[in-house]
Design a protein around this ligand. Structure first.
Ligand code: PLP
Length: 413
């Protein structure tokens, strides 16, 4: 562990998010890392890379200082219980997921996917990886016996968990699934997009790889698309290895990041890092507003079910309370009067904007069955058609509740 990572590991979340990777620029003193909009770097003689920022750069697919700043900060906030971590920033969450698949699997390998996950994740496995010979089974990852039945010792390379899930807000016990996966010689990959590193740290709970769509809460302002992977650094206690080559997993993922080239560009890295610095304050406010929205919907006669892990009757409430700091900003709910009422609700809000994506400062509403999860219709991951998903933003609570009240009245008329 480097001296700066060691010092940072004892600091609080926001101190790390704000300072790690953002040391003042040595040449100018700029307190925020500049956008290094360059594809290449002058060399002082062949191989003579300039190391004014600590490491040398040769070409921006392989490394760019703005991306390094973001990757350093992500590594510092996605804690592995004091062990050093390494983060890699990608062009999107799906590009990060693709790097996991290509690094860990070969034709004939097997993976276990959750029975509820982001539709694009399922599509990547079913429509891209499977035709190349990577087999998969789905299992409800909140059911440990089902996961144990789904893994194939010697052939399952990883179990994939999303918790909370998109869009049903299901909760899986990360430590318990890690134990089942490891017993079968498989790794555990956790999509931590909904929780963010502020609310949940899967590496501390035994996961081997953390995936983020930084498009969402990490970026936080609906103005950039990105993704990230975080793993234990080579040599760290519990650091995973590539099952095919035996090399440190962090090195193999970094190799694929460069070889495949779906990296975060410097402008995107800059925006994502700017968002990360305020993640903690935003997640606290998202969690406050979402808790109020969930309580309001829970009492509403037009609503048949509210899916929010912060509600005491949510089946994953206790596990979520144990492994998350707060319950986050995503709330889904079902309408008593079915699909029509769900569509009408989505069309009737004015503070909540009808749009895909999530995790920004502004509140969004959507119909997963026809929008974000349209690609899983007819599969094991199909979602109910009376479901509405909310990304609860940072607006004033009273305005959010009044907007939902009006929309539910319109949908009930
Ligand atoms: N994981 C989750 C939970 C998501 O919600 C999404 C996108 O909605 C992704 C991964 C994919 O990320 P991206 O859209 O940045 O490729």
């Amino acid at each position: 562990m480097s001296a700066s990572q060691d010092r940072a590991s004892s600091q609080g979340f926001s101190t790390r998010a704000i300072h790690v990777g953002s040391e003042p620029d040595p040449a100018t003193g700029a307190v925020i890392p500049p956008i290094y909009a360059t594809s290449t770097y002058a060399q002082d003689g062949v191989g003579g890379l300039r190391t004014g920022l600590g490491v040398g750069y040769e070409y921006s697919r392989s490394g760019n200082p703005t991306r390094t700043a973001l990757e350093s900060a992500l590594a510092a906030v996605e804690s592995a219980g004091g062990e050093p971590t390494r983060a890699m920033a990608f062009a999107s969450g799906l590009a990060a997921e693709d790097a996991v698949i290509r690094t860990l699997t070969r034709p004939g390998d097997h993976v276990v996917l959750p029975g509820d996950a982001y539709g694009g994740t399922y599509r990547l496995f079913a429509k891209v990886a499977e035709p190349w010979g990577v087999q998969f089974d789905t299992a409800p990852t909140d059911d440990l016996d089902a996961v144990a039945r789904a893994v194939v010792p010697g052939r399952t390379r990883f179990v994939w968990v999303e918790t909370p899930t998109n869009p049903l807000l299901g909760i899986s016990d990360i430590a318990a699934v890690a134990a089942v996966a490891h017993d079968a010689g498989a790794l555990l990959v956790v999509d931590n997009t909904f929780a963010t590193p502020y609310l949940q740290n899967p590496l501390e709970l035994g996961a081997d790889v953390v995936v983020h769509s930084t498009t969402k809460y990490v970026g936080g302002h609906s103005d950039v698309v990105g993704g990230a992977l975080v793993v234990r650094a080579p040599g760290a206690a519990g650091a995973a290895t590539d099952p095919h080559t035996g090399e440190p997993l962090a090195d193999r993922l970094a190799w694929h990041q460069n070889a495949m080239g779906a990296v975060a560009g410097p402008f995107d890295a800059f925006l994502t890092l700017r968002g990360l610095k305020t993640l903690a304050v935003r997640m606290d406010r998202h969690s406050d507003n979402a808790a109020a929205v969930a309580a309001f919907l829970d009492e509403h006669p037009a609503v048949s079910q509210v899916l929010y892990p912060g509600l005491p009757d949510h089946p994953g409430h206790e596990v979520a309370a144990a492994q998350m700091r707060r319950f986050g900003g995503m709330v889904s709910f079902r309408l008593r009067r079915g699909r029509y009422a769900a569509l009408k609700t989505c069309a009737s809000t004015s503070v909540f904007t009808l749009a895909e994506s999530l995790g920004g400062i502004e509140s969004l509403i959507e119909h997963p069955g026809d929008m974000t999860h349209g690609s899983v219709a007819g599969t094991a991951l199909e979602v109910p058609d009376d479901l509405v998903r909310l990304s609860v933003g940072l607006e004033d609570e009273a305005d959010l509740l009044a907007d939902l009240d009006r929309a539910l009245a319109a949908a009930s008329a």
